[in-house]
Design a protein around this ligand. Structure first.
Ligand code: AMP
Ligand code: MN
Ligand code: MN
Ligand code: MN
Length: 283
């Protein structure tokens, strides 16, 4: 079933999006999405609401999350699709992954204070829907609201990234643990937006090889984070590593995200879509 308007990557107020699971479901359905997944960062707290909202909107649903991983010194994201949201092991793993965020947020705020930006911790918290999930996105919204930057793109050039004020190195989950949590919870692990990582060709080869060896089975090919040239590049990578292909907007917010739910090009026809591996997990 390759020609399907599937959107298998987006964020709600349960992580760093600005819409509720119900608002996202309505927006996805209005945009023609047929198969949807909510993939909040390191969280599955919105899954039961999202599944119910998808059903109310007449869409098929796959459960999801996006796990933060540290690999070769970089943050890499692994999307888990079709996971059992009541599985104890993934719930514990995600809780542990979320665990360091509050202390990190306080350190981010201390760095911003040192360059004259006061009260950023309290400021970021005003945007947080889930106290366990304060993210750089919430700081970015605060920096835009207070006029320090004109938009979140400017924030992620001038602040919160390596070499800039407000960057706090952080140790997330291991690639092995993230893939195993997802797989053991009956899901499929998908390497998210591979073009976003600043890896050499050798490091990228190692990432795909290790991901595959740990049991990873999919890669995002068509995503809001890729250019059309990158769709083609990662379609080749999917074939090279025997991975199924996924499609997802990575939508966060109407004002911020340039790719809306369900509005990406379809997957290249010759690839195996990741939902073919998940037929028994679709609700
Ligand atoms: P965190 O998990 O707290 O490190 O925050 C990561 C989130 O920040 C990502 O999921 C994006 O939502 C956002 N982000 C990171 N880099 C950028 C960027 N260059 N432009 C816009 N948002 C970004
Ligand atoms: Mn995000
Ligand atoms: Mn991501
Ligand atoms: Mn995402």
């Amino acid at each position: 079933m390759p020609i399907l308007n599937a959107d298998l990557h987006c964020h709600s107020v349960v992580s760093d999006g600005t819409l509720t699971p119900e608002e996202l479901a309505a927006r996805a359905a209005a945009n023609g999405v047929e198969l949807w997944a909510l993939t909040d960062h390191d969280e599955i707290g919105g899954q039961h609401r999202a599944a119910a909202a998808a059903s109310a909107q007449g869409m098929k649903y796959l459960t999801g999350t996006e796990v933060s991983v540290t690999f070769a010194g970089e943050t890499v994201h692994i999307v888990g699709l079709g996971i059992d949201p009541d599985d104890a092991s993934i719930r514990a793993g995600l809780a542990q992954t979320r665990g360091g965020r509050d202390a990190r947020a306080r350190e981010i705020a201390a760095q911003l204070a040192a360059v004259g930006i006061k009260d950023a911790y309290e400021g970021a918290l005003r945007y947080v829907g889930n106290p366990e999930l304060v993210s750089r996105t919430h700081f970015a919204r605060f920096l835009v609201e207070t006029g320090v930057c004109k938009d979140t793109n400017e924030v992620f050039r001038k602040y919160l990234v390596e070499g800039r004020p407000g960057f706090v190195p952080h140790r997330w989950a291991s690639l092995k643990n993230a893939v195993e949590w997802i797989t053991q919870a009956s899901g499929v692990a998908v390497l998210a937006h591979p073009a976003r990582y600043r890896f050499s060709a050798n490091e990228e080869f190692a990432l795909f090889s290790e991901f595959r060896a740990h049991g990873g089975r999919g890669v995002e090919v068509v995503t809001g984070s890729h250019t059309p040239a990158e769709y083609l590049k990662y379609a080749d990578t999917a074939r090279e590593f025997g991975l199924a292909a996924s499609r997802g907007s990575d939508f966060h917010s109407p004002g911020e995200s340039h790719t809306d739910l369900g509005k990406l090009p379809y997957l290249p026809g010759e690839l195996t879509p990741v939902w073919d591996l998940l037929a028994d997990r679709i609700q």
